[in-house]
Design a protein around this ligand. Sequence first.
Ligand SMILES: Nc1ncnc2c1ncn2[C@@H]1O[C@H](COP(=O)(O)OP(=O)(O)O)[C@@H](O)[C@H]1O
Ligand SMILES: [Mg+2]
Length: 233
Amino acid sequence: MDLLQVKDVSKFYGENQVLNKVSLNIKKGEIHGLVGENGAGKSTLMNILFGMPVIHSTGGYEGEMFFDGQPFNPKTPTEAMEMGIGMVHQEFMLIPGFTITENIKLNKENTKATLLSKVLGPKLEKLDMPKMREEAKIALNKLNMNIDEFLPVAGLPVGYMQFIEIAREIDKSNLKLLILDEPTAVLTESEADQFLEVIQKLASMGISILFITHRLDEIKRVTNNITILRDGS
Ligand SMILES: Nc1ncnc2c1ncn2[C@@H]1O[C@H](COP(=O)(O)OP(=O)(O)O)[C@@H](O)[C@H]1O
Ligand SMILES: [Mg+2]
């Protein structure tokens, strides 16, 4: 019962082969560790799984993938997200001037009908802020995050940003696989502890986790299986 199968995936950037016949399988609800030195190809593999444009603007990749039993070859992040894949990048992707709620609900805002929208169509619906705040709060609570969802993101401690990005991903109702690219790199030790508890909780809810880290102690603590990448193999 594998959720994700990656079979013999290879990737070149120009002359440079950065992945060489990489295979891995991830079961439903499994925490799968991905380790390897800088430059080993970890982010490249994640970018393939998430349909990042950089992959397709540089000639695509070779090999086969299956997700949920279906052939899988996402050409855009939107396609990957529609399949149920979420990703938290090494770099933060939050909008500082927006509140925590607005960031979590970005592109999946709750709306309610207005008199005008009933006549002229859904584009004129109003944002349902109470509903958005309620749902943002539910996602934050799943992460044991006790924080006011109406605060702006700008000025929050870095550790919080990581959790808000994860809250944004688990707020998606169809989330099946969460890809975390070195999520603990920016966290303090106690934040990292909280973080590891959170991913174990998500896995127990049936969400599969692909967890990239440099820290071997974390890998030993929470993963069910490990893939090691060395020079793209
Ligand atoms: N957009 C790109 N264009 C050309 N080379 C790249 C690009 N992205 C990554 N690389 C190269 O691919 C190799 C693997 O990089 P990466 O996947 O980022 O490794 P990791 O995440 O394991 O540190 C490195 O040699 C890197 O220089
Ligand atoms: Mg990387």
